[in-house]
Ligand binder design. Sequence first.
Ligand code: NBX
Length: 803
Amino acid sequence: MDLSKHKFKADFKKMLTEVYSMGLKESEATEQFFTLGNLIRSYIAKNWSKTNQAYIEKKKKQVYYFSMEFLLGRMLKSNLLNLGILETVRDGLGDLGIDLEALVQIEPDPGLGNGGLGRLAACFIDSMATSEIPAHGNGIRYKYGLFKQKFVNGYQVELPENWLQNGNVWETRKMHAAVTVRFYGHVWLEHSGEGHLVPHYEDAQEVLAVPYDSAVIGFDNEIVNTLRLWSAEVPPQDESTDYWSFIHQRNEIESISEVLYPDDSNYEGRLLRLKQEYFFVSAGVQSIIRHYKKMHLGIEHLAEKVAIHINDTHPALCIPELMRILLDEEHMDWEHAWHLTINTMSYTNHTIMAEAMEKWPIEMIQTLLPRIVQIIHEIDRRYVMEMGRLFDSKLIQSTRIVEGGHVRMAHMAIIGSHSINGVAQLHTNILKEKVLHPFCLIYPSKFNNKTNGITQRRWLMLANEPLRHLIDRKIGNEWATMPTELKMLKAFREDKRTLQELAEVKHQNKVRFARFVDQSMGLEINPEAIFDVQIKRLHAYKRQLLNLLHILSLYFKLKDHPEADLYPHVFIFGAKAAPSYTYAKQIIKLINSVADLINHDPDIHDKLKLVFVENYGVSLAEKIIPAADVSEQISLASKEASGTSNMKLMLNGAITLATLDGANVEIKEHVGEDNIVLFGLRADEVYHYYNEGTYHAHDYYEKNQVLHRVLNALIDGTIPGAEAEGNAIFDSLVSYGDEYFVLRDFDDYAAAQGRIDRLYRDPLIWQKMALINIASAGIFSSDYTVQQYASQIWDVSSKVHRI
Ligand code: NBX
C-alpha cells in the first residue's frame, strides 16, 4: 500500500488518542503496540471486505484448510512486510522515538500448534494469500497455547501459556456468524411428509461456536484472506435456567476450546480431544455451507465452489459431518451426497508412525456423536459392500473404517477424499508401498506427493534482514514472490567478495545470538565456533540422542587429549517434549546434565559448548536459524515425513548434516552431493533390518570402543545429576534393542561430523556451500507448494509463478 512516513506518523498519533486518550509522551510500549495493531487493521479493512466480496461476486471456488493447529508466530512484522510498509513504519516510529523492535516484543507468540504440522499450516495461509488463492484457515481458538517450557534442575516443567491475557489485537469476534454444535443425547430418524428421513434429537447438549477472524494479508497484492478460529461458549439461556447448573455447564463447554493438546504422537484426555475435533469441524462445515448459499447456486454444485482440506486426520470428521448436513438438512440422497463429499474433501498425511495414527473407540463416538456414528457405520457398510465386489475380502477387511471396535480415522479420510498426499517424495513412496499399500491397490489415482515448503518471507526476509539485504544487493528482490530466482546467486559462487560478505552476515547473526544466550542463560559462547543446531520436537525417532552421544565422545576426546585438533563447536538444541512422553523428558534431562558437565569444565575452555534453549518456538527459531552453520537432520531414515526446519536452515545458509530421510532427499538432489553432508542407513536398509530382524545393538556396544566409553558414561556417574535417566537411556539403547538404530549409525555420524569440521576450516569452501544452499532453497518455498495444491488437488485459481 502507499503510505508516506508523514501520514503514518499522523495516523499513529491520532489512533493513540482515539484508543487510549493518550499523547505520545504518556504512552508505553504496550499502548504503542496495540495502537499500531489497530492502525494496521484500519489500513487493511477495505481490502479485507473487498476480497470477500470479490470471492462471492465472481463466484470463486474457495479452499478451507482445516487444521487443529496454526503455529503462527508473531504477526506484527509479517503484516507490515506484506503490506509493504515495514520500512516506512520503522522509520516513522523512529522519528517518534519508538523502537519497532521493542513493540515486536510486546506481542505474545501464539503457540497454537505443536510443531511442524502447525507451522506448515501457518506458512500455507501466508503463501495462499500471496499466491492469490481464495483460501481460508479453519481451526480452534485455544485459550491456552502449547505449554511454556521451563527447565528446573534440568527437568522440563510445563507452565500455562496464557497468550490471550492482554487481548489479541488481530482478531475480530463475529457473533453474527456463530453456529450451534450438538453433542450427546439420542437421535432417531423419522419419515417426513416429503418422503425423506429426518433426525430427531433428544437431550443433546448444545454448544455455541463463536468465530474469531484474523486477516491473512497477501504480500504486495491487496488480497486479505481469513483465518477463522472457533471458541466454545454457552448458548443464550432462557429465564428458567438454574444458576448453578449453568455454571457447571459453562465450565464443561468452555473447556472444549481451552487448551491445545501438547502431544504430537499419542492421545490423551481422549474424550475432550474428540470433542475438540468435532467442535471445529462441525462449526467450520456449517459456516461453509451458510457462506456457499450466498452464491445461490444450488447445493448440488458445492464441490465446484468449495474445497475442504484435512490437515492430518484430526479434522477427518469433516467427512461424516458434511454427509450429515447434505442428508439431514439438504435432504439429498446418499449416493449424491457421497459423491459431493468425496469431490470436496482432500487429505494430507504427516506421519507413518503407528502410534500417531488416530483411532477412536466406537462407543465413545456413539455417546458423544450419536448421529455421526450412524453415518460412519453406513459409510463403512457401503464401502465393504461395494468394494467387496471388486477386491478380495482380506484387502477390504484391512482397509475398512470400523474395525476391532474402533474407527480408524486415516481410513475414513482416505475413503472419503479424492486426494491423499504425503509431504515429501520419500514419505509418499513409503505410504504407497508400505503403510497405506492396500489403499493404493484400491485407489491408485488418489495418491500424490506434495513436498512441504516454508515461507521465505518470514524465514528469510524477516528473520534474517542482513542476509536479505545482501541478496537484494546481488540479485534484486524478485525472490520475495518468485523464490527460485534465488538461483541467480549461483553466479557468485566463485566471487570471493560475495563469499566474504556472506561470512560477515553469518558472523553478525552469530554475535547477536551469542548475546542473547549470554543475557538469557548467563552462558558465554564464542561466535567463531561452529554453531551446530538441532531444533525440533523431542522424539526418539528424531535422534537427539545420536547428537548427544557424539558430543560426549568429543568431550572425552578433549579430556584425554587436550591438544586434540578439534575446531571449536557450539551445539545448540531447542526441543519440547510431550508432557506424558517420559523417555523424551529423560533425554531432555540428560542433555541438560551433559551441558552442565561440559560448560563448567575448565579443561574444555570454549572448544566445546552445549546450549539447550528453553521454550523453543517460532520466536526462538527466528533467532537461532539465521545464526546456524550446521543443520542437524538426523532422524532414522523413513521416519521423518518431511521436516521443515531443514528447509529454513538451508535458506539461511546452514549446511545440512543429514540422513536420507524426508525432504532431506530432495535437498540433496537440489544442492548436489558436494553441498550436503550425508550419513547413515537408507530407508530401504532400515526396512531390510526389520524384515531380517538382524540388528543387534548390543554388539555395537561391545565392539565399538568409543561408543562403549560414551554409553558407560550414562551409567557410571560421569554425568552428575542424571543417574536415573542415564540408566534408562542406556537400557533403551543397549538392552532393549535401540529401536531407532542410534548405535548402528553412530560411527557414520561421527565421520560425517569430522567432514564438517574439516570443511569449515576453509572459509571459501564453506561459504560457497552456504551460498549454493541459499541459492537452491527457493524450490522449497511454500508458495510453490500451495500453488501445486491449488492446481492439482483443489482445482482453484492461483497466481502461478513459473519455477
Ligand atoms: O509434520 C510433522 C512431521 O513430523 C514432519 O516430518 C513434517 O515436516 C511436518 C509437516 O508436514 N508432524 C507433526 O508436526 N505432527 C504433529 O505435530 C502432531 C500433532 C498432534 C497429533 C499428531 C501429530 N495428534
